[in-house]
Design a binder for this molecule. Structure first.
Ligand code: MN
Length: 288
């Protein structure tokens, strides 16, 4: 059926001392988390989220992704309560997984916070997630324009994150898998420094997913590199063409997790809604 050809890169950026972003990959699952909180809190929170998402994806269904977020939230709250150095830590999380549905295979996705998921189809880039951020709320209320949001001094304030309250609200979606579609998961350190047309251009012109993520990170550093930068690409391919990231620098920085490969023996759970794509939030087309 389908598989992911995965590429990944993460970088501290040029302004920060430590990289509080984490990502994790497993066959058929990609996760990006952007941690926040002083001392080592941000790093710990994002790593917990990345690991927990992989661990809970023992059954390839959308519910496993939502459950992963809930377990990660619980663990982050518990660890913060137990260690004063970790008090107040939190993280975003965005994930995409190949899931089984009644009539076949779909792509399941979850999002909490202001990391993003995009999809490139041909030369059209779509933003698939909605930011849970102050500026996004202000744009929605018509108080500022999207252009003003991009340079707003409070654009790093998130309105939803893991590690804040007991019951975290999770956005979940599903998409129809199509061979050739390219999904990008990234932290705000990418899209705050690189405009959507440049992201689309890099995604459309660099076939190798590891190289493409390295180019995205380089573009963010050129743009200022004021935050940690993480980019993970999942290309939808035939199952026998699936592959994991091979970028050695990215591998050195990634959250190491024991991947549990989804197996077909596990019971497929039907999703309630009819199979159709979630509505994209924004769309750009890119021409050479
Ligand atoms: Mn960030």
């Amino acid at each position: 059926m389908f598989g992911f050809r995965i590429g990944a890169a993460t970088h501290v950026g040029v302004a920060r001392q430590i990289n509080q972003d984490s990502y994790a990959t497993a066959p058929g699952l990609v996760v990006v988390a952007d941690g926040m909180g002083g001392h080592r809190g941000g790093e710990v929170a994002s790593a917990v989220a990345a690991k927990e998402m992989i661990r809970r994806f023992d059954s390839p269904v959308l519910d496993a992704l939502v459950t992963g977020v809930e377990h990660a939230n619980r663990r982050i709250l518990d660890e913060a309560a137990a260690d004063p150095n970790l008090h107040g830590m939190g993280t975003t999380v965005v994930a995409l997984g190949l899931i089984e549905v009644e009539d076949g295979v779909a792509l399941g996705a979850i999002n909490v916070g202001d990391s993003r998921m995009y999809r490139l189809t041909g030369n059209v880039l779509e933003q698939l997630t909605e930011d849970h951020s102050l500026v996004e709320a202000l744009v929605r209320e018509g108080r500022i324009t999207p252009a003003e949001a991009e340079v707003h001094p409070q654009r790093n304030i998130v309105t939803r994150a893991l590690g804040v309250i007991e019951h975290v609200e999770v956005d979940s979606f599903h998409f129809v898998p199509k061979i050739g579609d390219r999904y990008l998961l990234c932290s705000d350190g990418l899209f705050n420094e690189v405009d959507a047309h440049t992201i689309a251009m890099i995604l459309a012109t660099e076939a190798d997913p590891d190289v493409a993520t390295e180019k995205l990170v380089a573009a963010a550093n050129q743009g200022g590199g004021r935050d940690n930068i993480t980019a993970v690409i999942a290309d939808v391919v035939a199952a026998d063409e699936a592959s994991m990231p091979s970028n050695p620098e990215a591998l050195a920085n990634q959250t190491v997790v024991e991947a549990s490969e989804p197996t077909n023996e596990q019971a497929a759970v039907a999703i309630d809604e009819p199979m159709q794509d979630a509505v994209p939030k924004q769309r750009w087309s890119w021409r050479r």
